[in-house]
Design a protein around this ligand. Structure first.
Ligand SMILES: C[C@H](N)C(=O)N[C@@H](Cc1c[nH]cn1)C(=O)O
Ligand SMILES: [Zn+2]
Ligand SMILES: [Zn+2]
Length: 476
């Protein structure tokens, strides 16, 4: 295999400008799934991917998913399903990624235009979606192209599933994956997802667990319209006052979730599990670098990693309807919606968490004696996932990491969520591997999101090499 894989690697190097250009085109499409006004751009991004895939000789389908449940006026963006190769003598790998991105505005504090890929002299490539998840998604396409141009036989059949609503809880996808487990994906031998990050900046990792994410809205309304605080302050009960008291009842400064009953559902940490955290290369310095500050809850790496991977966390994200512009507007908002989410872990159950959250918020509000109106509801939910890394799929990826990066990967879990991972595992009955491309300093979801050129180019080699090692692995 060595000469073949070497030919592929040098072709990736030769095509690097072309691959960066492909990423620039993708980043230039502002495919923000959470903003209704951007929906045409999300759809445009699906077509961009489909066209690129067709040019590479893949067979492609754009599958409609119907209307968006919480906004029935709006069509969900299509899922891009594609197949490259159909050789019965080869293994078939199903890869998943997402082509939607988080919102981004220059005014949020970006140093460059968020929807323009800005490649610096130092090799950092800034742009929304560069690392999450357009770079990794294009990695698969680039790996196909480099094989073609290097005249190297593609080692597996590749099934691809790229969605456009991941950043909004993978709306509409679950049913399709459940149905296609024995349909479009029937001949998949294993699944690979490239949509997370290394723990630091030097050492790649393979990931075998994710937290889930239940995202909530707490809506409080009172007056019929926004009011003048000089005229009505002290006269009307203010929705914002009630809301901040509710939000303050959810979590403390040290990350302790204050909702009764939440921690009771968490599986106890076993002695064996504890030891897993000892060998992982991760330092508080790396964490401070990724954080851009030293404001960590814990002072040691083990507690930090456990808090990220193994325990739930509650984050307060924002308040819709509140005054948030610079300056000093003397307004009393009439209706405000607080947004918060809970990252859930084994053995928490989505429905049980929803019930406990609703009870806590309603009970807390009842103690205020407020005349305002309260509603609390889940906006979207997603399950946790934990798999076994003792499988040829992980072995192949580990060999690929060693080949491309010259080190053995860490085996990690992940604090973030990819809601559909568990559904892939259950519907196909196959092993699922997470094989990240980007590093801990990439700033996914943040301002100045970036992907290092080195991670992108070596990442394309990594994805290709993984497929070669998959082809070589004996059956388990
Ligand atoms: C890990 C992945 N790249 C990611 O960013 N996932 C999102 C998915 C999400 C959004 N709402 C709920 N889940 C995340 O972890 O926030
Ligand atoms: Zn992602
Ligand atoms: Zn994301």
């Amino acid at each position: 295999m060595a000469p073949q894989i070497d030919g592929f690697f040098s072709q990736v190097d030769s095509l690097s400008s072309h691959f960066i250009d492909r990423l620039s085109k993708a980043v230039a499409i502002p495919s923000v799934s959470s903003e209704a006004a951007r929906r045409p751009d999300v759809v445009r991004m699906a077509h961009f991917l489909a066209d690129e895939l067709k040019t590479l000789g893949a067979s492609v389908e754009l599958r409609p998913l119907g209307k968006q449940p919480d906004n029935p006026e709006l069509d969900l963006p299509p899922v891009v399903l594609a197949r490259y190769g159909n050789d019965k003598n080869k293994r078939t790998i199903l890869v998943y990624g997402h082509y939607d991105v988080q919102p981004a505005e220059k005014s949020d504090g970006w140093a460059t235009e968020p929807f323009t890929l800005s490649v610096g002299e130092d090799g950092r490539m800034f742009g929304r979606g560069s690392t999450d998840d357009k770079g990794p998604v294009l990695g698969w396409l680039n790996a196909i192209e480099a094989h073609q141009k290097a005249n190297v036989d593609f080692p597996v059949n590749l099934l691809m599933c790229f969605e456009g609503m991941e950043e909004y809880g993978s709306e509409g996808l679950e049913e399709l994956i459940q149905k296609e487990g024995k349909g479009y994906f029937a001949d998949a031998d294993a699944v690979c997802i490239s949509d997370n990050y290394w723990l630091g900046t030097e050492k790649p990792c393979l990931t075998y667990g994710l937290r889930g994410c239940n995202y909530y809205g707490v809506e409080i309304s009172g007056p019929g319209a926004d009011l003048h605080s000089g005229v009505f302050g002290g006269t009307a009960q203010e929705p914002m006052t009630d809301l901040v008291r509710i939000l303050a009842s959810l979590v403390d400064t040290h990350g302790k979730i204050l909702i009764p009953g939440i921690m009771d559902q968490v599986a106890p940490v076993t002695k064996e599990e504890e030891t897993l955290y000892d060998g992982i290369s991760f330092t508080m310095e790396t964490l401070h670098d990724s954080l851009g500050s030293k404001t960590t809850i814990f002072e040691d790496t083990k507690s930090t990693l456990m808090a990220r991977w193994r325990f739930p966390s509650l984050s307060i994200h924002g308040i819709e309807g509140a005054f948030s512009a610079p300056g000093a507007k003397t307004v009393i908002p009439a209706k405000v919606i607080g947004k918060f989410s809970i990252r859930i872990v084994p053995n928490m159950e989505i429905e049980k968490v929803n019930e406990i959250v609703a009870k806590h918020v309603n009970d807390t509000f009842a103690t205020f004696g407020s005349k305002n109106t309260l509603k609390v509801y889940p906006i979207h939910t997603g399950n946790w996932w934990a798999a076994s890394p003792n499988h040829w799929n992980f072995r192949a990826a580990s060999k690929a990491v060693e080949r491309v990066w010259g080190v053995q990967p860490d085996f990690t879990r992940e604090g973030g969520s990819i809601p559909i991972t568990l559904t892939f595992e259950q519907s196909t009955g196959k092993n699922v591997l997470l094989l990240p491309m980007g590093s801990s300093t990439d700033g996914a979801h943040s301002i100045n999101e970036k992907l290092d050129k080195k991670n992108y180019i070596e990442g394309i080699k990594l994805l290709g090499a993984y497929l070669h090692y998959v082809a070589e692995e004996p059956q388990q």
